[in-house]
Design a protein around this ligand. Structure first.
Ligand code: TRP
Length: 352
């Protein structure tokens, strides 16, 4: 069997550091490993519209932002097919047929949908498109016969729902669809980077993000404003490193070479933590160190982003070409799906 990756993001904003450590970095590694036959990366604009029908411009304007984030982080159109969901009408057709394989009560039990309905305060006014988006996500995945779907933990119920649809389809009609496997971030730290305010998750709606595209000045300001340990009032006080966002970020980003380059008084993070716990180490020093590390990591990405941003025509070309490639793959799958269902009437001579 071929190893095929499909994953994507809703274009509702620029991507942030949580996306970067939780998924983008991993995707680029997978892309460059050469272990995968095909890689599809989708800007999920149609899915973003399921809860933004009244704000089309937000979704539209963020397509290029997300594409710029992809390209600047190292997704390479020569190795990965980067495309826009709504340019693939076959996905709607697949969704329409898959809808008959899923009950309303099954959707109501989907934990991600349940949670998002609550978060968005839909109550009794859930848009039907939003309610059924797990089925459309199954179409996204199966259209490309993806067996590997790198996603965050919150997406696991989506992959499970897809697997169920694949099993129903294959047993009712014919074995044409592939059951996907979710691939989660390697460690918990990467799966859930806390917000600058120490909240459980970095999230656009909470306004506690560092964006991949943030300027040097913004990153510095944001790091300085970060939540630390509220009991660490004076430099001499002993401090806590657990639940201290600055140290969580250091856990996620710092390497030994950063110490020799930016903070040679300490050999490694353990030594730095020990000093903080003992007392006598100020937040300012730790934040300054974190700032150096983040600047070092994000500078080359930002510079690459600026180059691509000057040539948006080329970025759109990449998306257009990628969408053409993706469309022809999805069309092939749709054709197989319709034949399996016995509704490819004139191609398979089924009408009597
Ligand atoms: N639901 C994903 C998110 O909110 C985006 C997405 C849409 C996706 N279709 C997908 C992810 C298919 C993986 C596979 O981020």
């Amino acid at each position: 069997m071929k190893d095929i990756i499909l994953t994507g993001d809703r274009p509702t904003g620029k991507l942030h550091l949580g996306h970067y450590v939780g998924s983008l970095k991993r995707r680029v590694l997978m892309q460059n490993s050469g272990e995968f036959d095909k890689i599809f990366i989708m800007v999920a604009d149609a899915q973003a519209l399921t809860d933004n029908a009244d704000d089309i411009n937000k979704v539209r304007n963020n397509i290029s932002e997300v594409a710029l984030d992809y390209l600047s982080c190292g997704l390479d159109p020569n190795k990965s097919t980067i495309f826009i969901q709504s340019l693939i009408p076959e996905l709607c057709e697949l969704t329409f047929y898959y809808m008959n394989l899923v009950t309303v009560s099954r959707l109501q039990r989907n934990p991600t949908v349940k949670n998002e309905i609550q978060l968005r305060g839909f109550k009794q006014s859930i848009p039907t498109g939003f309610f059924t988006y797990p089925i459309s996500q199954a179409a996204d995945i199966t259209a490309f016969k993806a067996n590997v779907v790198p996603v965050g933990e919150d997406q696991l119920p989506m992959i499970e729902q897809t697997r169920e649809i694949v099993r129903s389809f294959n047993s009712l009609y014919k074995e044409v669809l592939v059951e996907p496997q979710a691939v989660l971030p390697e460690n918990e730290l990467c799966a859930r980077l806390p917000g600058l305010d120490g909240a459980a998750k970095m999230s656009k709606s909470l306004g506690n993000c560092i964006y991949i595209s943030d300027s040097e000045k913004d990153i510095k300001k944001k790091v300085q404003s970060m939540f630390t340990d509220p009991t660490h009032l004076r430099v001499e006080d002993p401090g806590h490193t657990e639940g201290n966002a600055v140290f969580t970020y250091l856990d996620a980003f710092s390497k030994e070479e950063h110490f020799s380059a930016f903070l040679p008084q300490y050999a490694n993070l353990d030594e730095l933590k020990a000093h903080y716990r003992r007392g006598g180490l100020g937040d300012g020093t730790v934040k300054k160190f974190l700032n150096e590390i983040l600047q070092n990591e994000l500078r080359p990405i930002r510079e690459k982003r600026e180059v691509f941003a000057k040539d948006l025509g080329e970025v759109f070309n990449i998306l257009k070409k990628g969408s053409e490639v993706a469309q022809s793959v999805a069309a092939q799958t749709l054709d197989e799906v319709k034949s399996a269902m016995g509704i490819n009437y004139f191609k398979d001579n089924l009408l009597k």
